[in-house]
Ligand binder design. Structure first.
Ligand SMILES: Cc1cc2nc3c(=O)[nH]c(=O)nc-3n(C[C@H](O)[C@H](O)[C@H](O)COP(=O)(O)OP(=O)(O)OC[C@H]3O[C@@H](n4cnc5c(N)ncnc54)[C@H](O)[C@@H]3O)c2cc1C
Length: 256
């Protein structure tokens, strides 16, 4: 019933997916569907066209030419034993059932809603210095994750994310409510590579943010510089304001 009036397209290659997505006008991408399917079923979302990514061959992780490349439709569960801090971030997403279904591309495009902080992988990908390859109006482009997140995410089809395949010191610290199907409330990822420190947080704003003041000073007390933490159904801004510097301290200790 949910898809009765919707043109459902199931591409079997990346090329077909690109052609079907076009400039993204009127298209809703369905990857794991953990966010978007309930919206379709409840009738809150009525796209002209639904692009189902499950068979487009975008679900592989490769290591070649000094880079790790993760296809957009790769399930979050496939990252759990991989590189840090992405592996720990992945293990914190929802529960087993959600992680098996949810994808990397969906997590990157997910925006926090009033009742659910989302996008746990975004902070980890930012500190890995990851780049997103996407397509849409104006063609294909590759850009840093934080630049991608600050643009018009809804009009891009994510193809993959990649980062340098080098050793680094990394850590991840999170707070969440201990019950089944939990959402992370707040999380901080940090990584040091070639002497450069990168720190980012998820759960503070609708999408992950880079904590540049902390990167410069190395001081958790700078965690809130330029930020006003969000209020939502799982935690208040008051709580986030108090917990963020503590998670930053824990992540920095982990990196050290
Ligand atoms: C019970 C429960 C618990 C959860 N807990 C967490 C949690 O702890 N942490 C967390 O981060 N998230 C959580 N989530 C949210 C969600 O599962 C994840 O963010 C997941 O990674 C989304 O991926 P998906 O493939 O299911 O996205 P989908 O639902 O398929 O899509 C989500 C959005 O991204 C777009 N999209 C998907 N793939 C692409 C692509 N390749 N290119 C362009 N646009 C795309 C869709 O159009 C849609 O707007 C939870 C969800 C549930 C139901």
């Amino acid at each position: 019933v949910a898809l009765r009036d919707v043109n459902v397209v199931v591409p079997t290659s990346a090329g077909e997916a690109l052609a079907a997505f076009g400039d993204g006008e009127g298209v809703t991408v369905v990857a794991g569907g953990t966010i978007v399917l309930p919206e379709l079923v409840a009738g809150r979302l009525r796209p002209e066209r639904a692009l189902l990514l499950g068979r487009a061959g975008l679900d592989r992780i490769t290591r070649a030419k000094g880079r790790v490349t993760i296809g957009a439709a790769t399930p979050v569960s496939a990252l759990e034993d991989g590189d840090e801090p992405l592996a720990t971030a992945a293990r914190h997403v929802g529960d087993l059932e959600v992680r098996a279904q949810a994808t990397v591309g969906g997590n990157l495009c997910a925006e926090a809603s009033a009742d659910a902080p989302r996008g746990d992988l975004q902070a980890a990908l930012i500190v890995l210095g990851a780049e997103v390859r996407s397509a849409g109006g104006g063609g294909e482009r590759t850009e840093p994750v934080e630049q991608f997140l600050s643009g018009d995410v809804r009009r891009r089809l994510v193809l993959d994310v990649s980062y340098e395949d080098v050793p680094r010191h990394a850590a991840y610290a999170a707070s969440w409510r201990p019950h089944a199907h939990h959402y992370t409330i707040l999380a901080v990822a940090a990584a040091r590579q070639d002497g450069e420190l990168r720190v980012a947080a998820t759960g503070v704003a609708p999408r992950a943010v880079r904590l540049t003041a902390v990167e410069r000073s190395g001081d958790p007390a700078d965690a809130l510089t330029g930020l006003e933490p969000r209020d939502d159904a799982v935690a208040s801004a008051w709580y986030r304001t108090r917990v963020l510097p503590k998670l930053v301290a824990r992540a920095l200790e982990g990196v050290a």
